[in-house]
Design a protein around this ligand. Structure first.
Ligand SMILES: [Fe+2]
Length: 235
């Protein structure tokens, strides 16, 4: 019996709503070929409903929603129909100063149900986080905060997540965060949100084919796997 014999493999859910599979538009997949390879592997692993979420950050990427819609429409044609993969487009919006002013903008790339994926820098908290969540909720767009466990500057103020949840914000975990690769502060946030049933989604946030290999080789102990399955059972 090896030390890790009690660990078990994860199983991807049938739907991934956060990834950078749309090639050539952000720091995710650069080329069509590697993106198609990843989509094929995801499908082989039971993940056949993909919502592509390119970064939308006007401070870094000069891409507007119309451009992303065009690129997505062209890319979808490249995915062989026999793979049986359902694809949709949303986006991952960086909470930059003033973003809340766009809360009701009909151009925003949201999920089908009107939810919207938002993120912050890994280094500092957006001053307008609460205001953005409030304005989005008011506009009927349920915000989903991407990988809260990666905002390690929030590890000392865990109750802020409860306030955000009260405002209608949901939380999305990244698979790789479960491995502890982002450090103790990240794990503290992850455990808090998991133990308090505050995660609504677990996603790949996939940027490269290599990352998919890392995700598929994640092994978790039974307790953690049960907590993960509980999140996945809700969608
Ligand atoms: Fe992302």
């Amino acid at each position: 019996m090896g030390l890790f014999s009690h660990k078990e493999a994860i199983r991807l859910p049938s739907r991934d709503i956060h990834n950078h599979l749309l090639p050539g538009v952000d720091d995710g997949f650069r080329h069509k070929g590697s993106s198609l390879e990843a989509i094929r592997r995801l499908a082989d692993n039971g993940c056949r409903e993909l919502v592509l979420t390119p970064h939308k950050n006007p401070e870094i990427y000069n891409t507007d929603e119309a451009f992303l819609r065009e690129r997505f429409a062209a890319f979808v044609q490249e995915v062989p129909a026999e793979w049986g993969v359902k694809m949709a487009l949303a986006a991952e919006y960086m909470i930059v100063p003033g973003f809340e002013a766009r809360a009701a903008d009909p151009e925003l790339l949201t999920y089908e149900d009107g939810s919207i994926l938002i993120e912050m820098s890994y280094y500092y908290r957006s001053e307008n986080l609460e205001r953005t969540v409030f304005e989005l909720a008011l506009a009927g767009r349920k915000p989903i905060l991407a990988h809260p466990e990666r905002y390690i500057y929030m590890a000392e103020t865990l109750h802020d997540f409860n306030r955000l949840a009260d405002q209608g914000c949901r939380f999305q975990m990244n698979w790789m965060s479960l491995t502890g690769t982002y450090g103790e502060g990240s794990l503290r946030i992850l455990r808090y949100l998991l133990e308090n049933d505050m995660y609504s989604f677990i996603c790949t946030d996939l940027h490269t084919v290599q990352q998919l290999g890392s995700i598929l080789s994640i092994r978790l102990d039974r307790k953690l796997l049960r907590a993960v399955d509980k999140v996945l059972s809700t969608y």
